[in-house]
Ligand binder design. Sequence first.
Ligand code: NAP
Ligand code: GFB
Length: 332
Amino acid sequence: MFMFLQMEGKTGPTRRPMRVLVTGGSGLVGKAIEFVVREEKYESKGETWIFLSSKDADLTNAVETREIFKKHQPTHVIHLAAMVGGLFMHLRKNLDFWRKNLAINDNVLQTAHESDVVKVVSCLSTCIFPDVTPYPIDETMIHNGPPHDSNSGYAYAKRMVDVHNRACFQQHGRRYTAVIPTNIFGPYDNFNIEDAHVLPALIHKTYKAKRDGTSLEVWGSGKGLRQFIFSVDLARLIIWVLREYDEIEPIILSVGEEDEMTIKDVVDEIVKAFNFTGPVNYDTNKSDGQLKKTASNAKLRSYLPNFTFTPFHTAVKETCDWFAANYDTARK
Ligand code: NAP
Ligand code: GFB
């Protein structure tokens, strides 16, 4: 199926050996890309893949950003590094999300240009779209109105990546682009109960409730709607974008609209995966966040009509099993 992912390991006209720098390489998506790179044996085909964490360089710092690019001399960049968190972390830290992400993105994109990087694929999110919008959301709507209040700092910082990419193409002819994933989950996620996204937070809570014989506390009504993508599926799609997608305009990477589900559906799936039989309570005093952000994957399907997503229940089970097996070392 991934024959189209095979590449000759050269960067086009300059024919430099392909060196891919993955910022945020130690996170949920970075680890999934590392898995796919190993599985597909890209390095034995002449490519070099470098996975960075914040320990290698603090990308909010322009000097450290330039030094790490100078050290690794990438031809391509997958830019994932960001301050990332779920709804309840955004509600507490809106300003930090704005400032850190704005700084990281400007440093990475400007340094990539100065270092003659051929292509950068950055990572946006479907939560950056206008709060009041027709559905389904598509790639043309990013700047059409204010985002949901709960994550406006993060959303505006991410929108500026699209502004940057378009300006960089206009002024320098750089073909830097971005992907727009929906809610992501998988092994190596952040499972911290206060800060995490809904799926890893509920996995951690269910694990503890089962272990301790307590109830499972779900925050909010459970009525919010979300589309989820497994990190390994997303990794394969991001690598395809790096190799094959030639537009500056971003592309939504999502399961179909028909796969949108309620938070209650997610709770039920996790409860099933852990075989949890205790009480489940919904705390309606907590926020539901954005009711929905239904995204269209029509553009993705026009390029890859046959891409197969991992079934949700299979990916949830795999993630729950990974968390249980790696409880001591998982981020939590
Ligand atoms: P993650 O697991 O939290 O990983 C974040 C990564 O960024 C880590 O490698 C972290 O390094 C690095 N990082 C954070 N601050 C940094 C800094 N100042 N300097 C250098 N590196 C820094 O995040 P993720 O879920 O993989 O997210 C990857 C991308 O997808 C992000 O751009 C995010 O906005 C986007 N996205 C995520 C979701 C989702 O549901 N998770 C949905 C849509 C879009 P350390 O490990 O050293 O901390
Ligand atoms: O993944 P999440 O935190 O963020 O999901 P968003 C929030 C939804 O899950 C709300 C419900 O409807 C919550 O009421 N929920 C239920 C919980 N229990 C929990 C729990 O224990 N923890 C959490 N976190 N939620 C994020 C944005 O929005 O989407 C970010 O804030 C990011 O910017 C991400 O881009 C993809 O889906 O609401």
